[in-house]
Design a protein around this ligand. Sequence first.
Ligand code: HEM
Ligand SMILES: [Cu+2]
Length: 634
Amino acid sequence: MALRNPGWYRGALGFFLGAAFGFGLVLALRAVSGLDLFQTEDTGYPHIVVPMITAPFGFLIGFGAFDYWFRWAAGKPTVPEDHSDHGATRWQDYFKFNTDHKVIGIQYMVLTFAFFLIGGLLAMLIRAELAQPGSQVVGANTFNGLFSTHATVMIFLFIIPMFAGIANYVVPLMLGAPDMAFPRLNALSFWLLPIAGIIFLGSFLAPGGAFDAGWTGYAPLSGGAPLGQTFFNVGVQFAGASSIAAALNFLVTIITMRAPGMNLWRMPLMAWAQLATSLLVVGATPFVAGAQFMTFFDRILGMNFFNFLEGGDVISYQHIFWFYSHPAVYIMMLPGFGIISEVISVHARKAVFGYRLMALALIGIVVLSYSVWAHHMFVSGMFSWLRVPIMISTMLIAVPTGIKVFSWLGTLFYGKIQTQSTAMLFALAFIVTFTVGGISGVITAMIPLDIHVSETYFIVAHIHFVLFGGSVFTIFAGLYHWFPKVTGRMYDERLGRVHLWLTVVGTWLTFVPMHWIGMDGMPRRVVDYASQYGDWNLVISISAFMLGAAQLVFVYNMIVSWRFGPKAGSNPWRGKSIEWLVSSPPPVYNFTAIPRVVGGPYEYGTPGARHAIMAEDEEGATVPTPEPSKVTAS
Ligand code: HEM
Ligand SMILES: [Cu+2]
């Protein structure tokens, strides 16, 4: 019967049981302590906060995320080769707890793109309000909620997990691995994301409105904010746990599951980038989780970590937060660097220029990025001696980043650049746009200049040049590049080009003028502004609407091409890395023969050079079809 098997019915049941348990627990504990049953101060509401934690776990248990582990913990015989949750044959298989990294990759990409559209709609509302001076569309409180949820959704639910999704699909194939190292943990990482999304967006329904202290949630502002802020504290835990679990999975997969012959120096840069990103995630993400737990405990339990009236230290919030969130900007950029190296090399038919230095530059960025967090705090009143070393280490990051940009240019130099592919056009647009964002980054690294532009639209311009022109462009490059692999079909290049040009022009028209009004002093995070900025803001808003609308072209192209596009074949771009050596889409267990890696991944232009061979007919090279093994309980 449906309620006994894992799935949506049992998940819904678990959700209600979890919610009832949390709710009942709070009421019971308050009753025996002689307190009012319902505590409804802004920072209180335990009868909502506790179920917000227990109900998702109830859902996950019901849904089946822990069934296998529970069986093991109970001492029941486990099945080492259990593939019962693996692969998809019908669309319904994408809506269950599925352990196939390809299914999970698609789940990630589709879900996070939906969050991109939601975050984009929030941005459209922001721009509608800001199109003219004065207050027309939303009030100040709602506006604060809008820019906070916009940024939070974009960062925690779109950029970071979208990269995890693309890599989930592509990296095991590139490594010649049959799956990720921990498939069940992989599925759990995915299912934590919709939970985080519902919590973030659900905060709009909380009394007092959505969380409104920015995606940065600075204390002490967040300490006394209405209930919505608690939704932020909790949502970050789910998104962060998802991210950490996925990163551990990538690390183990990349370190232990490479095909024979694939030493680190034969590994595609996409996999190197995922390795570097995962090192950042496991090192840094616990800090944002910690910062949010501390705010949470301050709010709910009166712990006073950041409450200066009780001896707390306000500025330490910023230190802990940015110790995560500066590395986080590279969590949002390094996977894109990896994608761009793949796309440029394949579509320029050239070996990556300075391949080893490219890999080392990724690792260099990982190390350096832990040393620069306080550049977000130049005007915060932190110790002033810290500012100069931080300025220097920040500017040093431009060195490995510069290596990457010059390597892409070197790869393009005298390449056979194939501009008919939208993937390649997005990669080229990325190089130009990201470099501009990088330069405004070096500007904000310099203390005197940063003091001038802090908290102005210059910052908004900078983050969008790197996040939109950086991360989002690389995401599009990657999605177009691997679309034929994932779906087995080609997308429409004409529509791709329409999408590309509207997006590139829209990005520049929207975010370039923000530099100017920012330098003139227009503050960020405000619902209204001095009328002298009105004209540029109108230009920005109109461009933003165009940029938003352009994304619908992409959605249409993807949906229609997935259904009706011409068949792609296994290797439409004539790539050399292993994912192109299997069918499109790849077989359920990825390989029927173990790939043997015999050379570097990018030897384009060298006659006869190969990265890997599929040794179907060689002795001992065939992969046995997995069979459930027989386990006898002892
Ligand atoms: C159509 C595309 C987008 C538009 C028009 C847009 C617009 C805006 C605007 C106007 C603000 C400033 C709000 C304010 O300070 O008053 C903002 C903030 C922000 N946006 Fe976007 N955005 C877009 C896409 C993205 C994307 C893809 C990301 C990816 C991460 C992103 C991340 C952020 C962040 C981190 C902030 C900072 C919020 C804060 O802390 O003040 N945005 N956006
Ligand atoms: Cu930073």
